[in-house]
Design a protein around this ligand. Structure first.
Ligand code: DGL
Length: 269
């Protein structure tokens, strides 16, 4: 059994979106070792039927928890956590899971116009979990769910430095902007961890300024509260690592991981 202060924090996503959460988590937990897991063999999660995706995610964690013995797991993916969060906690009660859910509650607290849009994958938009967040925390608001079929892929391309068609991004984002009875959307919830990579482009394409709500920092703060602080302990000399379920080793991904200070390693059996 690994000592608690040596156990890593696992950050999990379907692809590279969870890096937007990892970068915040590292700022708050500099002494911790991180293992980034991208289930890119199944990307994008947003297109999957619920049952097989839930089974896949719960199944994957059997070996992930056994091989990494993490102190905590950050599910840095709305599409995964809104579907499989409860099943993961039930299947692995000894593990500590920190989830990512659409930031509907903070959006409802902050909006002045009462018009909030939630930009997410088609999967997250369909979830009962998302509906429950709206009825529990935002019943006084007009919440508009925008399921985007292509943005996660576009974000993957953009962050790897591949050309991205701005018109295609605009087409996915425009449905977020609504005006009703003189009021206009003033908050767009970025309810997919891939999207903050495109935030500058979103700002440029927006027909009027809105608050783009990125929950990464709040997720990192929640993780910090749950992961014991190792006072006076420095981060180990070895770099943090990233593993992808596809086993990919392409140059653009290697370079991106290097940029995030992550060494790409094969998945452990
Ligand atoms: N990054 C994921 C999320 O937060 C989803 C991307 C995908 O469709 O796989 O929802």
């Amino acid at each position: 059994m690994t000592a608690s202060d040596e156990r890593p924090v696992l950050v999990f996503d379907s692809g590279i979106g969870g890096l937007t959460v990892l970068r915040e988590a590292r700022v708050l937990m500099p002494e911790r070792r991180f293992v980034y897991i991208g289930d890119d063999a199944a990307f994008p999660y947003g297109d999957w039927e619920e049952e097989p995706l839930r089974a896949r995610i719960v199944g994957l964690f059997g070996s992930l928890l056994a091989s990494h013995q993490p102190e905590a797991v950050i599910i840095a993916c709305n599409t995964a956590f809104t579907l499989a969060g409860a099943a993961l906690r039930a299947a692995y009660p000894q593990a500590r899971f920190i989830g990512t859910v659409p930031a509907i509650k903070p959006a409802a607290e902050r909006t002045r116009s009462g018009l909030v849009s939630v930009l997410a994958t088609p999967g997250t938009v369909k979830r009962a979990y998302t509906q429950e967040l709206i009825s529990s925390f935002a019943s006084q608001c007009n919440v508009h769910l925008v399921g985007s079929p292509g943005l996660a892929r576009l974000a993957e391309a953009y962050i790897r430095g591949e050309p991205v068609d701005e018109a295609a991004v605009a087409a996915e984002v425009m449905p977020c902007f609504r005006s009703e009875g003189g009021a206009k959307t003033d908050i767009v919830v970025l309810a997919c961890t891939h999207y903050p990579f495109l935030a500058n482009l979103f700002r440029k394409l927006a027909p009027w300024p809105v608050d783009w709500l990125d929950p990464a920092e709040a997720i990192a703060r929640q993780a910090r509260r749950l992961v014991p602080l190792n006072e006076g302990v420095a981060h180990p000399d070895a770099p943090d690592v990233a593993c992808f379920t596809s086993g990919r080793t392409d140059f653009s991904t290697l370079r991106l991981m290097q940029g995030f200070g992550l060494k790409m390693v094969p998945m452990m059996a």
